[in-house]
Ligand binder design. Structure first.
Ligand code: 5GP
Length: 200
């Protein structure tokens, strides 16, 4: 690792949003994207197929397994993980570094495995856990989405159980009662300057 440049903006402007599957991380991030253009949102690369309405370069960079392998080999990903034991997802490093160099508040919406990797490489980032109002509500949201098969749902619930247990690893928790409110709370945290304590 190289020594940090003292003149560079503090990487504490980097916020990592994680939480269990189907808690609404993607929806909260989309709300931030729509209503807070001042926040820079990382676009992940993924090997999964696009869902209807998803656009390449906006929601994800949809890449082949070979392209993903090449990105990993070239060290282009800040973190990456296999999510739900199926597809690979990763954060392109360069755009994040450029956003931080410009002093933009930057948001990564990634899974827990990825968040743990970022904690290793960028410990000054702020780690936000998005939690469901309750386990029952999480199950309802997961089933309600209706885009997964029974087997896929089971797999996601299993992942969710493990992910809920990781809340203590995070700096702060936002409870996702309602999307706009959670997004506002998140942006509010991102706009805190370094003088203010992030602890709760
Ligand atoms: P979905 O396929 O439903 O869009 O996302 C599945 C999961 O992948 C979500 O939990 C999301 O947070 C996670 N994810 C999306 N992008 C990334 C990424 O770049 N890295 C990691 N580690 N997880 C990601």
């Amino acid at each position: 690792m190289t020594d940090p440049d003292p003149a560079a903006p503090r990487p504490s402007r980097l916020v990592v949003l994680a939480g269990p599957t189907a808690v609404g991380k993607g929806t909260v991030a989309a709300d931030v994207r729509q209503r807070h253009p001042e926040v820079w949102l990382s676009v992940s690369a993924t090997t999964r197929a696009p869902r209807p309405g998803e656009r390449d370069g906006v929601h994800y960079w949809f890449v082949s397994d070979e392209e993903f392998d090449a990105m990993v080999e070239r060290g282009e990903l800040l973190e990456w993980a296999v999510v739900h034991k199926r597809a690979r997802y990763g954060t392109p490093r360069r755009p994040v570094e450029e956003a931080l160099a410009q002093g933009l508040p930057a948001l990564l919406e990634i899974d827990l495995q990825g968040a743990r990797q970022v904690r290793e490489t960028m410990p000054a980032a702020r780690f936000v856990f998005l939690s469901p109002p309750s386990w029952e509500e999480l199950v309802r949201r997961l089933v309600g989405r209706g885009t997964e098969t029974e087997e896929e749902r089971e797999r996601r619930l299993e992942t969710a159980r493990e992910e809920l247990a990781a809340e203590d690893e995070f700096d702060v928790t936002i409870v996702n009662h309602e999307v706009h409110a959670a997004a506002e709370e998140l942006v509010g945290l991102m706009m805190l300057d370094d003088e203010h304590s992030f602890d709760q």
